[in-house]
Design a protein around this ligand. Structure first.
Ligand code: C2E
Ligand code: MG
Ligand code: MG
Ligand code: MG
Length: 283
């Protein structure tokens, strides 16, 4: 049909855009179905103490196994879930699963582990988050300090006033708050003064070239010093080499996460990684 339309014809969508829109709608439908069909799973990536490498906890990372498409990356489906509003239902599911895990760990000898959950912008500004958390905390009886919520700089800055209020409410409940992908949001550092937070997550983009790019090395070292002088803890993401780990430890970075220590793993594999003695002692 597009071929029949000459140069003079105005089209709202180009054929390429139509295709992209079509694919998006298809994926969106499949996402809704996937939620009903229980095609989602939480993987856990260990977060370790850089001084002795013991496992402090994990970050929950969403995985989607579609029967035909196979494993779809969150980088592909989260933006679509976010735009369509599906992220609200999906995000609720993630939080429910996460609190369920913390509850199970308490009676399984893993009660010291912390669990971090990613929040999307829409979840943060939707108004349903606090009532859900209150219900989950009351029903599960978990220690709120074992739950950490990660919010990106850019999500927080979409509506700084509301974010400030939300983060205050979260911390009033004893829940921990981390700023994810720190340094990538092009926002000024002044929000560190505005927001009550516990931890900064240094983005993988800065860690990647720590050894080869002197600017990245300086930025990472300065970020760690800045965070500490504000009384915040620091975790580095995407640590893949011993040299990166050494650099970060020397700069007094508190914690790290990355393929060097562990990939995101299915729950049982993570539990074994975090507590091998316990897993092998199980009947
Ligand atoms: P993120 O929160 O910044 O998560 C870190 C990403 O880096 C994860 O990608 C993780 O698998 C990857 N990663 C960890 N260590 C390494 C490493 O050493 N090297 C490399 N190359 N990559 C590493 P993943 O699992 O594909 O997730 C991508 C993004 O999707 C996340 O970025 C987060 O923004 C979003 N996401 C994942 N799960 C959820 C969720 O439950 N809710 C929401 N709203 N977003 C989620
Ligand atoms: Mg994260
Ligand atoms: Mg991140
Ligand atoms: Mg990221």
């Amino acid at each position: 049909a597009a071929k029949t339309q000459g140069r003079g014809n105005f089209q709202f969508f180009s054929p390429a855009m139509n295709r992209a829109t079509h694919e998006r709608l298809l994926l969106e439908n499949r996402l809704w179905q996937g939620l009903e069909q229980r095609e989602f799973e939480l993987y856990l990536q260990a977060q370790i103490d850089l001084s002795d490498r013991h496992v402090i906890g994990a970050e929950a990372l969403l995985r989607w196994h579609h029967p035909e498409l196979g494993m779809v990356s969150p980088d592909r489906f989260i933006p679509i879930a976010e735009e369509s509003g599906l992220i609200l239902a999906l995000g609720d599911w993630v939080l429910q699963e996460a609190v369920g895990l913390l509850q199970r760990w308490r009676s399984a000898g893993l009660g010291h582990l912390r669990l971090a959950v990613n929040l999307s912008a829409r979840q943060c500004h939707g108004g349903g988050l606090l009532p859900l958390l209150d219900r989950l905390l009351a029903d599960s009886g978990i220690d709120p300090a074992l739950l950490e919520l990660e919010i990106t700089e850019s999500a927080a800055m979409q509506d700084p006033e509301r974010s400030r209020e939300l983060l205050r409410e979260l911390r009033a409940r004893g829940i921990k708050v981390a700023i994810d992908d720190f340094g990538t949001g092009y926002s000024s550092l002044s929000y560190l003064k505005l927001f009550e937070i516990d931890r900064i997550k240094i983005d993988r983009g800065f860690v990647k070239d720590i050894e080869s790019d002197p600017n990245d090395a300086v930025i990472v070292a300065a970020t760690i010093a800045l965070a500490h002088s504000l009384g915040l803890e620091v975790i580095a993401e995407g640590v893949e080499t011993e040299a990166q780990s050494d650099f970060l430890r020397n700069k007094r970075c508190d914690e790290a996460q990355g393929y060097l220590f562990a990939r995101p793993l299915p729950v049982p594999a993570f539990e074994e990684f975090a507590h091998p003695a316990l897993a092998s002692a199980a009947p």
